[in-house]
Design a protein around this ligand. Structure first.
Ligand code: UN1
Length: 501
């Protein structure tokens, strides 16, 4: 093969009970840096394929939940090691399929490796409680139980890491899975499931159905054979998922949008804050739930910060993420590109100044893809739409704050609460912020992105519905507690009654 030749498009069928299942209709996954390059031609599933996948997951359930936890853990550990062995290949596929620069794609695969290694340990550490009973000769304890068949619906922005947050703990806890990945990243999803099966996961434990949200994802959510749903995506879709699950009384965990912000106080190390805002705002082209899309700057340092920030942003290099030296990749698709641009128009109309960027980039080979120039909005007031709504692109709003307290107020003043950060050298201020910032994740002197899998991930307010993924919360999402009492006294003992004095 010629070096750098474009690989042939993959042909992707659904993966049900370990076998390929096609659909009459297909869709394509494209390289966002060169939209004429088709990465995969993919089966487009609906109710029928979802039904097959649910049946396969239900059939696999009794055997899988009886498989001992440590045995399940060993399979997951092997999967993590296989991911590590294939890291470079998977990272390249990811950059081709959704555009993030290669170093970040490697990080995405690494996050899945970390998650696999972490959760595999639960095989021998899935502790319950043993608590003394109030009655003699009676035993009281808890054990974790699987939920049953879990529907996992995942986004395109972390196409291997986010499936790993869900699927690793779901199968660790003894559930079987119907996996509906985002339509922009089917090849990454399939590669992840191939790794799981190569590691020894029995067929039918994880089944993949490809398709569109309304046609396919909605069927997974509503299917009576799906016991619980884990969804990461937009607030609008999350609401629909929650409504359906509410009606059907299914356990549902939602990880939705963010409007994350960095607070820069006057005493901050400005260089450090600039580095943080640049990485937090423009890493993954701003397409992270955790992306820094606001920087709230205390007046005394506003001009110095804004000027230096705009200069650094202008120096970022747009391009194909596989190319050396490129720091910002494309936007995942045309719809998202238009969405980002519509926010620039909105910002302008509301009186923000566009310091750099603010347009689609089309020079040279950039015209082949969906590229948006890294953008800084200045003079942004907290009520503007660009300061309130999730943009999910390479655009950061700089918002002036008269003092430290109002900066915290502005940071908290959105409907979301995923990730917030503060840059300050003042220890007391940092500790106050740790308590006062309304977010599931808080950073001090670090940007809003870069969560590690050993701590719980998730947010407050409209970012979710109170669940967390990964960390010590990983199994909670995918298991239920069963409280068990064993009375070996040989007589009827009445709790609360025979004990009362
Ligand atoms: C996401 O954008 O949905 O904390 C996940 C981070 C990454 C995960 C982001 N580790 O930025």
């Amino acid at each position: 093969m010629v070096k750098n030749a474009v690989p042939r498009p993959l042909d992707l069928a659904h993966h049900i009970a370990g076998r390929s299942v096609g659909s009459p209709r297909t869709f394509t996954s494209r390289n966002p840096a060169h939209r004429d390059q088709v990465v995969a031609v993919v089966a487009r599933g609906g109710a029928e394929e979802v039904n097959l996948a649910v049946q396969a997951a239900r059939s696999a359930l009794p055997g899988w939940r009886r498989t001992p936890w440590p045995v399940r853990g060993e399979i997951l550990l092997r999967a993590a090691e296989l991911l590590a062995a294939r890291k470079e290949e998977l990272a390249r596929l990811m950059t081709r399929e959704m555009g993030k620069v290669l170093t970040e794609s490697r990080g995405d695969v690494q996050e899945a490796i970390d998650m696999g290694r972490f959760i595999a340990g639960a095989g021998r550490r899935a502790f319950g409680e043993t608590v003394p009973s109030e009655l003699p000769d009676k035993w009281a304890m808890t054990v974790r139980q699987p939920l049953g068949v879990v529907g996992c619906i995942t986004p395109w922005n972390f196409p291997i890491a986010i499936p790993s947050w869900k699927i690793f703990p779901a199968v660790m806890a003894g559930n079987t899975v119907v996996f509906k990945p985002a339509e922009d990243t089917p090849a990454c999803a399939m590669a992840f499931v191939e790794v799981l099966e190569a590691a020894g996961l029995p067929p039918g434990v994880v089944n993949v159905v490809f398709g569109m949200g309304e046609e396919c994802g909605a069927e997974v959510v509503a299917h009576p054979g799906v016991d619980a749903v884990s969804f990461t995506g937009s607030v609008a879709t999350g609401r629909v998922v929650a409504e359906t699950c509410g009606r059907l009384l299914k356990k549902v965990s939602l990880e939705l949008g963010g409007k994350n912000g960095i607070v820069v106080l006057a005493d901050a190390d400005l260089e450090l804050a600039l580095d943080g805002a640049l990485w937090g705002g423009f890493g993954t082209s701003g397409q992270r739930c955790t992306a820094t899309s606001r920087v709230i700057v205390e007046r005394p340092v506003l001009d110095a910060f804004t000027h230096a920030f705009a200069e650094r942003v202008a120096g970022l290099r747009l391009g194909d993420g596989l190319e050396e030296g490129v720091t910002v990749g494309p936007i995942v698709n045309q719809r998202q590109l238009e969405r980002v641009d519509s926010y620039t128009r909105s910002g302008r109309a509301e009186g923000a100044r566009i310091l750099v960027g603010g347009e689609v980039a089309t020079e040279g080979r950039l015209a082949e893809g969906w590229f948006y120039r890294p953008t800084v909005y200045a003079d942004v007031s907290p009520q503007m739409r660009i300061a309130q709504e999730e943009i999910f692109g390479p655009a950061v709003a700089v918002i002036p704050a008269p003092d430290a307290d109002s900066a915290i107020g502005i940071a908290n003043g959105t409907a979301y609460g995923l990730s917030l950060s503060i840059y300050t050298r003042d220890l007391a201020r940092a500790f106050h912020a740790m308590s006062d910032l309304e977010a599931g994740i808080v950073y001090v002197n670090a940007p809003t992105i870069g969560a590690e899998i050993q701590l719980p991930f998730g947010g407050v307010k409209q970012t979710g519905n109170g669940h967390r993924e990964a960390g010590s919360a990983a199994l909670d999402e995918f298991s239920e507690w069963k409280s068990i009492y064993v009375d070996y006294s040989g007589r009827l003992q009445r709790a609360q009654i025979d004990t009362s004095r």
